[in-house]
Design a protein around this ligand. Structure first.
Ligand SMILES: *Cc1c(COP(=O)(O)O)cnc(C)c1O
Length: 495
């Protein structure tokens, strides 16, 4: 049966999965949601014998119904290959009292790779299916992680080009080095003299430029987005929750049918929404535990029913969760508003006008699957040390936020269900914060000395992503003013 996608903000005609992937965002500014959530048509028993790619096919075929079996399998095979440093793709490691689902074994050692390694293939396949002759130009503004993962995903993918803008003085040295050393003739990385908001607004303005769109079309190009609101990023993320459950059954950690909890360190609400989708597909998940850092807008929302972004933006040691507008929450709001696009559009209008909205009691009652809490900077550092001391396992700062929130959840509820923590980055990516948390003696050390120390201390080999940047040549050195971004794009495309 064909599954279609509709906007969360109006009752415009639903579109096919491939169209939703090509468009990214609906024309009315809403997000695409499936008109219903499919149920798995294989048993956990069967899933427990499958590898990651087979599981991916069983999950994704239910969402991307206008892709043929051959098309979808080709996308999956091209994505989950030796770019990952383990054939398990997403291994589960038991440490202390939780199961860590390691989502950081891809090219850029953060969980964005799980979806961004397949999105380029979904997108080029979608373009073919819809007779799009233009080359797809991915335009991205990044505060660090997404840019590199998108570059790694789209590099050398035929029929695509990718342009990434980052704030020249607003990313970490490792993040900058990762981006400016990116290989691939179709990649282009530009530092802008401004902050992340400037980069984001500049990209939005280029997307909305009708004149430019026409010039692009005449020259055989069209823009698309690799942003986390694209359904082509959400669907691949459902896979690893299904895979994790089946693997825990296969490994006799749980009985088939036994409920588990899932903890997710959350920013844009994409990863935890994927877990919610997995639950609705039939995976026995009890609580969805939403972990925030000091930017605890989601904790307050689950607590009070009021989403309020009017607050200071706090820079933390878990920067990928420093976010005040969790875009993907809109998909949940739409659902608990009874799939009512008009009602959802009102909430989103209030958010853009006043920076806040409050849901009704009836809507709040539908959030019983979720539990929200947060971890302070000190708690985050302390739990890194605690888990290291107890279990000899090194958490990155984002995963540590989740580990701390899990502790708070257990203390508050005495719930003893087995619990999976989504482990979203390798500690190598945030070595400075991680090592300082374990011992203050590391504080003054150079970046690469810290990495050597982390290797000794964790017993985990240095990932390729880190080895590469030790010696890689800088190949991108373009820097521009904010008002030059459009010209830079045109120059790169030769138009
Ligand atoms: C992006 C990211 C997150 C947040 O994920 P969302 O899907 O945006 O909630 C958490 N941790 C790391 C390391 C990330 O890169």
């Amino acid at each position: 049966m064909e599954l279609l996608y509709k906007s969360t903000r109006s009752n415009s005609e639903p579109v096919t999965a491939s169209k939703a992937i090509l468009k990214g965002l609906a024309e009315d500014g809403g997000l695409f949601v499936p008109t219903n959530l499919p149920k798995l048509d294989v048993t956990v028993e069967e899933l427990s014998k499958m590898d990651y790619k087979q599981t991916a096919y069983e999950v994704m075929k239910l969402f991307l119904t206008d892709f043929t079996e051959d098309e979808l399998k080709a996308c999956i095979n091209n994505a989950y290959d030796s770019k990952f440093d383990t054939t398990e793709i997403a291994p589960i490691v038991k440490a202390d009292d939780a199961y860590y689902l390691e989502l950081f074994h891809g090219a850029t050692i953060a969980f964005k790779d799980m979806a961004l390694s397949i999105l380029p293939h979904l997108m080029t396949t979608a373009a073919k299916k819809n007779n799009v002759k233009n080359e797809i130009v991915i335009l991205t503004a990044t505060s660090g992680d997404t840019g590199k993962a998108a570059l790694a995903g789209f590099a050398e993918v035929k029929g695509t080009r990718i342009i990434v803008f980052y704030p020249k003085n607003g990313v970490s040295p490792v993040q900058e080095k990762q981006m400016v050393t990116q290989k691939g003739d179709n990649t282009f990385v530009v530092g802008i003299k401004g902050n992340f908001d400037d980069a984001q607004s500049g990209v939005k303005a280029i997307f909305g430029d009708k004149e430019l769109a026409e010039v692009m079309d005449n020259a055989g190009f069209q823009f698309s987005s690799a942003n986390s609101i694209n359904i082509g990023r959400l669907v691949p993320q459902v896979v690893y929750y299904v895979y994790a459950y089946a693997k825990m059954v296969a490994n006799n950690e749980i009985k088939n049918g036994e409920e588990i909890n899932v903890v997710v360190p959350t920013g844009n609400f994409g990863n935890i929404l994927a877990a919610f989708y997995a639950k609705n597909m039939g995976i026995p998940i009890g609580k969805l535990i939403c972990a925030s850092n000091d930017n605890k807008v989601l904790y307050d929302f689950f607590d009070t029913g009021c989403y309020d972004k009017n607050r200071d933006f706090i820079l933390t040691t878990s920067p990928s969760m420093d976010i005040l507008i969790s875009s993907n929450l809109e998909r949940l709001i739409y659902r608990i508003a009874g799939n009512d696009a008009d009602k959802n559009a009102e909430f989103m209008a209030a958010l853009s006008k006043d920076g806040k909205y409050s849901i009704t009691d009836d809507m709040k009652a539908q959030l019983a699957d979720f539990y929200g809490n947060y971890a302070t900077e000190k708690e985050t550092a302390d739990v890194i040390k605690e888990v290291y001391d107890k279990a000899n396992y090194v958490l990155d700062t984002h995963t540590a936020v989740a580990a701390e929130v899990y502790k708070k959840y257990k203390a508050a509820t005495n719930d003893t269900k087995k619990t999976v923590i989504a482990s979203t980055a390798s500690p190598y990516k945030f070595a400075r914060s991680v090592m300082s948390a374990i011992d203050a003696k590391y504080e003054g050390m150079e970046d690469f000395d810290l990495i050597d120390e982390l290797t000794k201390l964790s017993g985990v080999a240095e990932p390729n992503a880190i080895k590469e940047i030790r010696s890689a040549k800088v190949v991108h050195d373009t820097v521009c003013e904010v008002n030059e971004m459009k010209d830079v794009v045109k120059k790169f495309l030769g138009i």
